[in-house]
Ligand binder design. Structure first.
Ligand SMILES: Nc1ncnc2c1ncn2[C@@H]1O[C@H](COP(=O)(O)OP(=O)(O)OP(=O)(O)O)[C@@H](O)[C@H]1O
Length: 273
């Protein structure tokens, strides 16, 4: 799979939120987008998904001109590049499995969606996905009764229900404590690697980007100012991306995930429920 952005810009009035960004993302992989608040990261993801349209430029996916899609084709594209949000965006009072089934809304008739007519096969698949993410036992609970980390895994399950080639995650761990952040990042990494999907995640912490990504894009003032491997993301480079002066410190952009050590077994146990 190949996602290409060619000179993509987005203006809000006179202000460019994203300015002449050109990127080619190929094949399965985990891409992190970093940069200070207001750098244009969310706007970039939303343009790819067509939640907000680009002012100028092209987005191509495997030869399809994404920005010209309309109606059903546009909805199909949005199904193929599912979004995961910082605030989970679940229906709080609805049970978990129904929230997951809502991933199918773009593919179904309005009437069957309104009546919540899910097939037995759909329900089985939703439960399998929840099982895979280690939260099957939460299936009948209301979404609002779950912890933040569990809710984000429900949101990932909803995205997986769409069976997307691409998952766009907008600050997926920004509202989570370090332990839940690790469980959610491990879940995203696992579905990226095991299923051969592409994940593009806006991340607000350098250590997370270094640890999980195959490629890191650094944005500053709407432009791409870094594009490289995580090991090339030195403190000096990070200082350029974040536009910080000599007093820039890594700790300002890191979570406490590292402080937990490389306790992968614990995270894996959490994932397995
Ligand atoms: N709907 C909008 N109307 C006007 N300006 C907007 C809108 N959305 C974003 N902006 C502006 O565009 C710029 C980029 O915003 P964006 O949310 O993409 O940045 P970000 O890097 O994702 O930041 P954050 O991490 O805080 O979400 C900011 O200056 C923001 O104020």
């Amino acid at each position: 799979m190949k996602l290409e952005l060619r000179n993509v810009s987005k203006f809000f009035g006179q202000k460019a939120a994203v300015e002449t960004v050109s990127l080619t993302l190929e094949g399965p992989g985990f891409v992190g987008v970093i940069g200070r608040s207001g750098a244009g990261k969310s706007t970039l993801l939303r343009m790819i998904n067509r939640l907000g349209d680009a002012t100028t430029g092209n987005v191509m996916f495997d030869g399809t001109d994404v920005l010209s899609l309309k109606g059903r084709e546009k909805r199909q594209w949005q199904t193929n590049c599912a979004m995961v949000f910082q605030q989970f965006n679940l229906v709080a009072r609805m049970d978990v499995v129904s929230n997951v089934l809502h991933g199918l809304l773009g593919q179904r008739s309005t009437l069957s969606s309104l009546l919540n007519l899910w097939s037995a096969a759909d329900i089985r698949r939703a439960l399998e996905i929840l099982e895979r993410l280690g939260i099957a036992e939460q299936a009948t609970k209301r979404a609002e009764a779950l912890s933040g980390g569990q809710q984000q895994r429900v949101a990932i399950a909803r995205a997986l229900m769409q069976d997307p080639q691409i998952i766009l995650a907008d600050e997926p761990i920004a509202s989570l404590d370090p332990m839940n952040a690790q469980v959610v990042m491990d879940a995203l990494k696992r579905i990226q690697v095991e299923d051969g999907r592409m994940v593009v995640a806006n991340l607000h912490t350098l250590d997370t980007a270094r640890r999980y990504c195959d490629r890191v894009i650094g944005m500053r003032d709407g432009r791409v100012v870094f594009d490289g491997r995580p090991d090339q993301l030195t403190t000096g480079v990070a200082r350029d991306i974040y536009g910080a002066d000599a007093s820039f410190s890594e700790s300002a952009t890191s979570t406490a995930i590292e402080a937990l050590g490389d306790d992968r077994e614990y995270a894996a146990a959490m994932l397995d429920g």
